[in-house]
Design a protein around this ligand. Structure first.
Ligand SMILES: [Fe+2]
Length: 548
């Protein structure tokens, strides 16, 4: 049994439950909580009944699905599934339909995979600790590898059962948002356990991608198994869809859940698929200001400093930007009003024997990953806690807080990492617009964006200008850009003079004059300097230059 958000609307719910094929009809029943009645004395005669639609996905197993749209925000509903004919029903679940405007609470888990029932005991133990500490969770984000036996429906089906049924007491009262991992690739195993309305005519055999918005928070789930026949590259159809969702989203907060990490210190970081994913997704994530990317796959814990994608360099960079925003003893505790994306790779939540990994040494490509240091224990956040681990995410007012915990031997939670992202909604729209433009200029400076920023700056009062972020950095960026542009103009002019067919001594003279006033850096760009020297020698004008 699993409850999901069915479509893009935060007040829709998808229900999915599994029976044997000898069950021929099954229903969902739900009713609005109207008073503080004991759950066992609810009057189900007033319930709304929805017939489950069945799907025989494996051997003698039948998946049932039902969905409910337009539930009332701010209300709590009770539900159960089962057979009206036989008067046999599941446990009663309770769902609070949070509009997300005040606060939203998430749990983030990953890689719970195991192959035996006893492997999932660790999951149940972790859930027990979680449930006694976090009682108002709206959504559980699962960043993949829920099952372990890739390609084997019989085994994966059991594993999904241990995961979902075992923890049902906790899971029945919240919403699950699963992303498929590479181990969730028994055919249709995801589709048969989670009822989500799938758009974009996608192939759901090995997972699915989808999005929804609750209040001011957009959650986008990607499917890294969607690279069939594609040479480890994500299907471009999915990448385009992702770009469109981001472009059209009006949400203040944007969170991406994806199994394979983009930034991490796990052993998969140099995999071909990981490199492709970075290449395909990071420009979009950066351009549309995703706040948080949550992953797994590497079975280690890592947390980045905020990242930007640099369109010119093709690499990631937050250099120069983070420094002005760091406070709190050089730790990124309060990170104000983006720009940048935090990448969290969550450790294997249950850490079943053999499933935990040590962070890999940063010897090759990942050495440019700029990871954070925890404000809690001063540890570099490339970390293996060697214990069950999960994240808690809260979005409240203008602040997003992500905190990571492990469960110690006494079943106590130990906080080992936390960071905030703060956005000030009350700030001036003119200032906000300028901040956006400046952010854009850092991604890729061009004369249009610089002209626009300069014009917008003239519209601000001095007090308003104080609120513009990174203004000093922007002035530096503009100066660099302008000297580069003016240098390149001169360089072009020199090239043109030297390459004309009817060149005369005045052209040579002019080229020399232009060259001599260039900065050393700009001189480097005069690729035809050797022609100038050759011409000067030919006409007897050449004098040895100090810098030759
Ligand atoms: Fe995994």
């Amino acid at each position: 049994m699993a409850v999901t958000i069915y479509n893009e609307e935060g007040n829709s719910r998808g229900f999915n439950w599994v029976t044997k094929t000898n069950i021929n009809n099954s229903q969902l029943q739900y009713l609005l909580k109207v008073d503080e009645k004991n759950i066992s004395s609810l009057d189900w005669s007033n319930a709304i009944t929805v017939d489950g639609v069945s799907y025989d996905y494996y051997d003698n197993y039948r998946a049932w699905r039902a969905e409910v749209l337009d539930l009332e925000y701010g209300e709590t509903y009770y539900y159960r599934v089962g057979s009206i004919n036989n008067d046999s029903f599941s446990k009663i679940g309770s769902l609070y339909i949070n509009d997300g405007l005040e606060s939203l609470e998430f749990i983030h888990v990953s890689d719970m995979q195991g192959t035996t029932k006893s492997h999932y005991d660790m999951w149940l133990k972790t859930i027990n600790v979680m449930s006694s500490n976090f009682k108002n969770i709206d959504v559980m984000l699962l960043s993949g590898d829920l099952a372990d036996s890739m390609g084997l429906q019989s085994k994966a089906n059991n594993e999904m059962g241990w995961l979902l049924n075992g923890a049902n007491n906790y899971l029945k009262d919240l919403v699950l948002t699963p992303a498929a991992g590479n181990h969730d690739t028994a055919n249709n195993i995801f589709y048969a356990h989670f009822n989500v309305n799938l758009s974009n005519d996608q192939d759901y055999k090995w997972g699915m991608y989808y999005n929804y918005k609750i209040g001011d928070t957009e959650v986008i789930v990607l499917n890294t198994n969607d690279d069939l026949n594609n040479n480890f590259r994500l299907n471009s159809k999915q990448v385009n869809w992702f770009g469109e969702v981001l472009k059209n989203s009006t949400a203040k907060w944007k969170i991406v859940v994806i199994h394979e990490a983009l930034i991490s210190t796990g052993k998969h970081m140099n995999d071909r698929s990981s490199r492709y994913i970075r290449e395909d997704l990071m420009p979009l994530i950066s351009e549309y200001h995703v706040d948080l990317v949550l992953s797994g796959h590497d079975h280690v814990y890592s947390r980045s400093n905020p990242y930007l994608w640099d369109n010119e360099e093709g690499t990631m960079s937050n250099q120069g930007i983070e420094m002005t925003l760091i406070n709190d003893n050089n730790h990124l505790k309060n990170y104000y009003n983006t720009p940048g994306t935090f990448y969290v790779t969550q450790n294997a939540t249950t850490g079943v024997e053999g499933k935990r990994r040590e962070p890999s040494k940063q010897t090759s490509e990942p050495e440019w990953f700029d990871l954070a240091t925890s404000t809690i224990n001063d540890k570099y956040m490339s970390y293996q806690p060697d214990a069950p681990t999960f994240g808690h995410l809260e979005i409240k007012n203008n602040k997003l807080t992500y905190s990571s915990y492990y469960v110690n031997n006494h079943d106590e939670l130990v906080l080992f990492d936390t960071f905030d992202v703060i956005k000030d909604v009350d700030s001036n729209p003119k200032v906000n617009y300028l901040n956006e433009l400046i952010f854009k200029a850092f991604l890729q400076a061009d004369s249009d964006v610089i002209a626009e920023i300069d014009e917008q700056l003239t519209l601000l009062t001095a007090v308003e200008k104080d609120d513009v972020m990174l203004l000093t950095n922007y002035y530096q960026l503009r100066a660099d850009y302008q000297s580069k542009i003016s240098a390149s103009r001169v360089v072009n002019k020199i090239d043109k003079l030297l390459l004309t067919a009817d060149i005369d001594t005045s052209d040579i003279k002019e080229a020399r004059t232009l060259y001599s006033v260039l900065s050393d850096e700009a001189k480097y760009y005069v690729t035809n300097y050797f022609i100038l020297v050759k011409l000067e020698i030919e006409v007897g004008m050449y004098r040895r230059q100090v810098s030759d």
